[in-house]
Each structure stands twice: as structure tokens, then as C-alpha cells.
Design a protein around this ligand. Structure first.
Ligand SMILES: Cc1ncc(COP(=O)(O)O)c(C=O)c1O
Length: 381
């Protein structure tokens, strides 16, 4: 029997996990207020950067005493700025369960050569946070973008910890609740949940992180783009929009437009609800189909943004070849772009469900996944 292609297609096939799809209805005309060709140090530039910081604080509910800075080199820049500036004062614990967390382990253990305990889990699993010593500095990722496994909540992090918690929250911020009292350093980039642009990172520091910056000088040299202190004092300007080097005012405008859209859908609550509904649509599909499953083994840790799926049908001969064929067919049909699993992750699909994705598009995609799956099974024979 010939396999029938579904009748309807997603209106928007962009399910990439970064850069993620722009806000619904986006057009470049929305950026016409960008102060192009003006200095970012002029009043107009500074006011845009300050607005970006203040609106970030408002939507994410970041406490007033926490600093928020816009920094170079996207999320990676923000994380590495924190690692290079803060670590070394006490032992560290590196917690990793997928590729990006593993990258931070390399930074700390191989490059900085800091005394660190490394705790890892396989793709689909998570490290038991109850076994982590929070009197060390702990580095972890809130949502593992390449495995679709996230920290369920901050309950395991003690309020009276002696170490700092350094959290890469790039695929969580704006789609998941983050417990600010448990996080000393939080980073993200604009290109993820809000569908912004790459290149700029956001670094959020608790008062304890600032205290560390002001009381500890690492033994290694710090390049200018990592330096947050001068003469042992925090450079406060960085956290008011006086960026270390030149940002793209076009990207800043784009971020402001995204933040305004975020407010229009109900702020953080609305954003979280959108991502959760999108992910649940896929979870329900997996529950109903015996041939596909969430890579996350525990539903409590299943990501609501980067939903990673594996094919479980016994007829599949070569898992990697099979998953690639499915992803390719989805792309060729124009129903899902960039949904192959990350290069280091187990074979499968990764479907971004963050807040800029429309639930109707996820719903329209699912029959196509079944169609592409059946076609790939037939092609094997
Ligand atoms: C968890 C995580 N950390 C870090 C990064 C790197 O982000 P960027 O390319 O914005 O530096 C990504 C990008 O996908 C990510 O998912």
C-alpha cells in the first residue's frame, strides 16, 4: 500500500534548536527603530541597551539586587567569562549530561586545570543533584539542548551553600521557571527561546557572585572581553548597558521587539505555557505510537524546549542512517527544517518547542513524522 502524505503542512517549518524561529508574525520592518549608524555610547544606544536589561529583569523576575549584563560571544561568551573570572577560589564540581555541559568540563578541567570533580550521565539521563557538594563551585546546564533533559527544579540546591552555582540556561531562559535564589551565575543568548539573534550573551550575577569577583583574582590572565572588575571593584557600567565592546544595535532592537512580544503573550507565565503545550503535544504523540519515544527517560526531566526523540522500532537496521533519512525527508517536504539530532547525540530527531513555536505547527508536523517514518521503513525493505 502506498504511503499517503498528510494533507496539511505546518505554516512554519522552522523547528531548529538555535537560532530558533522568530516571533510569530516577524518581519524586518519591525526593526526600523534600530539606531543604525549611531554610537552605542550615544544616549539613544545606551537607552536601548538599558531597556533591554530592564525588560529582561521584568519578564524573568530577576531580583533587583542581581546584575544583568549584555556581553560578547553569545551564550558561550557569557559562560566562559564566568568560568575564567570566578573559578579557582575553591574546588569545583562539573555536572554534565550532554554535549554542551561536556564542553564546560573541557574548559574547566583541560584548559583552566582547576581541581574539579566531574559528574556525568548518559544522554537521556540526568545527574542526581542530591549527590553534588554545593560547598564547591558547581557548573551545570539547566536544559541540555542536545539530549532534551532538564533540571526539574532547584530543590536540591541548598540556600546556604558555600560555593557558587554557575548555570548555562540558554535553552531554558524564558521557557522555564528559574529559581534565582539558587543561581549565582545564569547565562543565555538571544537566539534561543525568544528567537533573537546570535552573537550576544546575557550574564546574570547574584550578589554572592559579585562578592567573589571583588574578593578574588584568578591566577591566569583575563582578556579584555572577560574582565568585569577594575581595581578590585565591579565595573557597574557593564550592567547598565555600557557594554565591554560594540554590540549590534540591530540585534538589540530585535531583542527588544522579542521582549515586547513576550509581554504580549503574558510574560514569563505565557512563555512557559506556550513551550509546555508544544512539548506536551509531542509527548502525547510518543505515548500513542510504539515506534518513537522521548530520549529523556524520566518525564520529570523532559525538556519543554529541545524535545529529543529516538526511533524504537525493531525493524530499523541502522539507527543513524534511518534517523537521517527521516530528517532529510521532513526537510525536503518543507515541513521541518534542522530537526536531526545534534552531531554528538544519539540518532533521532530534535524538535524545538520553545515559546516562539506555534502549537498548530507542532500538531501539523506530527503526521509528517509518521509519514517519514513509514517511508523510511519501506525504503529499508
Ligand atoms: C546548552 C547550550 N549551551 C551553550 C550553547 C552555545 O550557545 P551560543 O552559540 O549562543 O554561544 C548552546 C547552543 O545551542 C546550548 O544549547
Amino acid at each position: 500500500m502506498a504511503i499517503q502524505a498528510p494533507a496539511a503542512r505546518p505554516a512554519n517549518p522552522r523547528f531548529s534548536s538555535g537560532p530558533c524561529t522568530k516571533i510569530p508574525g516577524f518581519s524586518l520592518d519591525m526593526l526600523s527603530d534600530a539606531p543604525l549608524g549611531r554610537s552605542h555610547r550615544a544616549a539613544i544606544g545606551k537607552s536601548k541597551l538599558k531597556e533591554a536589561i530592564e525588560t529582561t529583569r521584568e519578564i524573568l523576575g530577576v531580583p533587583a539586587e542581581y546584575r544583568i549584563g549584555i556581553v560578547p560571544a553569545s551564550d558561550t561568551g557569557a559562560v566562559e567569562m564566568a568560568l575564567w573570572s570566578l573559578l579557582g577560589a575553591r574546588p569545583a564540581t562539573m555536572v554534565a549530561w550532554e554535549s554542551f555541559g561536556a564542553g564546560w568540563v573541557t574548559d574547566v578541567v583541560k584548559q583552566l586545570k582547576i581541581e574539579a570533580e566531574t559528574k556525568t550521565a548518559e544522554y537521556g539521563e540526568i545527574v542526581d543533584f542530591d549527590t553534588v557538594d554545593f560547598n564547591t563551585d558547581v557548573v551545570f546546564t539547566w536544559n541540555g539542548t542536545t539530549s532534551g533533559v532538564r533540571v526539574p527544579n532547584g530543590d536540591a540546591i541548598p540556600a546556604d551553600r558555600e560555593g557558587l552555582t554557575i548555570c548555562d540556561a540558554t535553552s531554558a531562559a524564558f521557557a522555564m521557571e528559574l529559581p534565582w535564589d539558587k543561581l549565582d551565575v545564569t547565562t543565555f543568548s538571544w537566539q534561543k527561546v525568544l528567537g533573537g539573534e546570535g552573537g550576544h550573551g546575557v550574564l546574570i550575577l547574584s550578589p554572592r557572585a559579585v562578592e567573589r569577583l571583588e574578593s578574588y583574582a584568578p591566577a591566569w590572565p583575563l582578556p579584555k572581553i572577560f574582565r568585569m572588575t577594575k581595581g578590585g571593584k565591579l565595573i557597574e557600567g557593564i550592567f547598565k548597558g555600557e557594554t565591554i565592546n560594540t554590540p549590534s544595535m540591530l540585534c538589540v532592537e530585535d531583542y527588544l521587539v522579542s521582549l515586547n512580544w513576550a509581554k504580549s503573550v503574558g510574560g514569563l507565565k505565557g512563555l512557559v505555557a506556550r513551550a509546555t503545550a508544544n512539548a506536551k503535544t509531542i509527548w502525547d504523540f510518543c505515548d500513542a505510537k510504539p515506534w518513537i519515544a522521548n530520549l529523556a527517560t524520566d518525564p520529570a526531566t523532559a525538556s519543554t524546549t529541545s524535545v529529543c526523540l529516538k526511533f524504537t522500532d525493531e525493524r530499523i537496521k541502522d539507527g543513524a542512517v534511518f534517523a537521517k533519512a527521516v530528517a532529510k525527508r521532513l526537510e525536503t517536504e518543507g515541513v521541518a527544517l534542522d530537526v536531526g539530532a545534534y552531531r554528538d547525540a544519539p540518532a533521532g530527531l530534535r524538535i524545538w518547542c520553545g515559546s516562539t513555536v506555534e502549537q498548530a505547527d507542532v500538531e501539523a508536523l506530527l503526521p509528517w513524522i509518521e509519514y517519514a517514518f513509514e517511508a523510511a521503513i519501506a525504503a529499508q525493505a
